[in-house]
Design a protein around this ligand. Structure first.
Ligand code: BES
Ligand code: MN
Ligand code: ZN
Length: 506
């Protein structure tokens, strides 16, 4: 069950805890408490020398038996002059594990009084704190056994957060908007966390239809026969070693008014449901993580869910190439020369550089069929992007400065870190083969591997199409918890791109 967050100006009902937000000034609003209980909280703050009201810091104070809540939790928001939306989210997210450990199922939350020159309104703080709580409360336990599930069901977890205060009228509205992003993020996380024996191209395609059709998204599944007719020789080559047939799924959300001119915008995702590397097989250590090699596609599916949930006023095409990269007697080989849908031939030098082959055909298809004015693709494309940027930043390539500016602004607002990487003639020519049009491995091998991969993709972008490529290999999956993101699949990309659509295309 997901957490419900609501906002009210009424007096607080009974709850397991009252959460009293405070700045570094340690002056929470205690008006909800009796005199005696206020004194208890003040004394506790004074005695706890480590409690400085830093962002996410929590101080627990048991209240008298007459109080409407068993305890007060003083929650730090940090310096209130510097408080902004993302910091409010972080405070909510950091508080969540604490609430969990204390067995708190219901909480009434009281905002901090903000200074006159505050960067943010009190109601916006409440809405973003609610989002932080919700995003951090995500968990994936569908695959636990019966006993573990029964045990988990009995464990208390935060079910209800009520933000109390007179200034929260706008908070509900903002939270509804933010929750649409959260819906998409949670779907993307679920897809990434699913094991590859259950999430493979065909099952994945069916899941997409099941999730998105009820929201009014048109979902079309191209099977291998259709892919062959279309000439998708690159994507098909990657999937040919697998017993699980490949799929391409096209999702369409037509939310723009009839008078809106120009083509749709498009989002393209790499959906390698498992990447063994194929004949150029990967080492055994950590190979299980390659179930997340469909993270780009998950972001596209999640984005479509967010857009449809909030009825975005834009025409959007989402397309994902779903394949499993396996070694077998039928697998494609290093040395093979394959023909892409664009007609360009590709010499395969490494079967582990498969994502670009899948994307090439998806990019060609979406341009031929829908003539989009803008395309963003997302892919867990290269280990090299992690060499360049670690796990903190997503590498973003773009052939258009305005598009980059819009994406950069949207990402900044969303708290997703992106960093611009270079496209260059040199990276494009590096991918030219002596025996075919292109090769799937650059001449320089590992050096600049994320850039040459982008250079390869650029060969499949039509003239004058605004395009950006997001290499999310380092950001789609996190090994440890962050304030608003539990470890595992992150859903990276959904929020920024939802924001981008809202700000630049509606
Ligand atoms: N899916 C991988 C990239 C990847 C690595 C994603 C680690 C997430 C975590 C991709 O298909 C791949 O194998 N890339 C190769 C390309 C190389 C053979 C040119 C790589 O990065 O080593
Ligand atoms: Mn690979
Ligand atoms: Zn891959």
């Amino acid at each position: 069950m997901t957490l419900t967050c609501s906002f009210t100006s009424k007096a607080p009902a009974k709850a397991d805890a009252f959460i009293l937000c405070t700045g570094a000034d340690l002056k929470p609003d205690l008006s909800v408490l009796s005199k005696g209980d206020s004194a208890l909280v003040k004394a506790a703050m004074k005695n706890a020398k480590n409690f400085k009201g830093e962002n996410g810091q929590v101080l627990s104070v048991p209240l008298s038996s007459a109080a409407k809540a068993g305890r007060a939790l003083v929650l730090g928001l940090g310096d209130l002059k510097k408080l902004d939306a993302l910091k409010a989210e972080a405070a909510g997210g950091k508080a969540l594990p604490f609430l969990k450990s204390m067995g708190i199922e219901s909480a009434s939350i009281f905002g901090a009084k903000l200074p006159a020159k505050s960067k943010i309104s009190e109601s916006d703080v409440a809405a973003h704190m609610a989002l932080g709580l919700r995003l951090r409360s995500y968990h994936f336990d569908a695959y636990k056994g019966k006993d573990a599930k029964a045990k988990a069901a009995k464990k208390p977890k935060l079910k209800k957060a009520v933000f109390v205060g007179g200034k929260f009228a706008a908070a509900s509205k903002l939270y509804k908007r933010l929750a649409a992003s959260a819906d998409g993020i949670e779907l993307a996380r679920d897809l990434i966390n699913m094991p590859p024996n259950d999430l493979y191209p065909d099952s994945y395609a069916k899941l997409i239809a099941k999730e998105l059709k009820p929201l009014g998204v048109q979902v079309e599944v191209l099977d291998e026969k259709k892919m062959k007719t279309l000439g998708m020789g690159a994507a098909l080559a990657v999937g040919q070693g697998s017993a699980r047939p490949s799929r391409v799924v096209v999702m369409r959300w037509n939310g723009a008014s009839k008078t809106k001119k120009g083509g749709p915008i498009a989002f393209v995702g790499k959906g390698v449901t498992f990447d063994t590397g194929g004949i150029s097989i990967k080492p055994a250590g950590g190979m299980d993580e390659m179930k997340m090699d469909m993270g780009g596609s998950a972001a596209v599916v999640g984005l479509m869910k967010s857009l449809a949930t909030r009825k975005a006023k834009a025409n959007v095409v989402g397309i994902v190439g779903l394949v499993e990269n396996m070694p077998s007697s039928n697998a494609y080989r290093p040395g093979d020369i394959i023909t892409s849908m664009a007609g360009k031939t590709i010499e395969v030098l490494n079967t582990d550089a498969e994502g670009r082959l899948v994307l090439a055909d998806a990019l060609t298809y979406v341009q031929k069929k829908y003539k989009p004015k803008m395309i963003v693709d997302l892919a867990t494309l290269t280990g090299a992007i992690m060499v360049a940027l670690g796990f903190e930043y997503c590498g973003v390539f773009s052939n258009d400065d305005t598009l980059w500016k819009n994406m950069s602004a949207a990402a900044e607002k969303s708290g997703e870190k992106i960093w611009r990487m270079p496209l260059d003639e040199a990276f494009r020519t590096e991918m030219e083969s002596s025996v075919a049009d292109l090769k799937n491995l650059g001449s320089l091998g590992r050096w600049g591997g994320a850039c040459s991969a982008a250079g390869f993709l650029e060969h499949f972008i039509d003239k004058d199409v605004k395009w950006s490529h997001w290499d999310i290999a380092g950001t789609a999956w996190w090994k440890s918890d962050k304030p608003t993101t539990p470890k595992g699949g992150t859903g990276f990309g959904v929020r920024s791109l939802d924001q981008l659509v809202e700000e630049a295309y509606e």
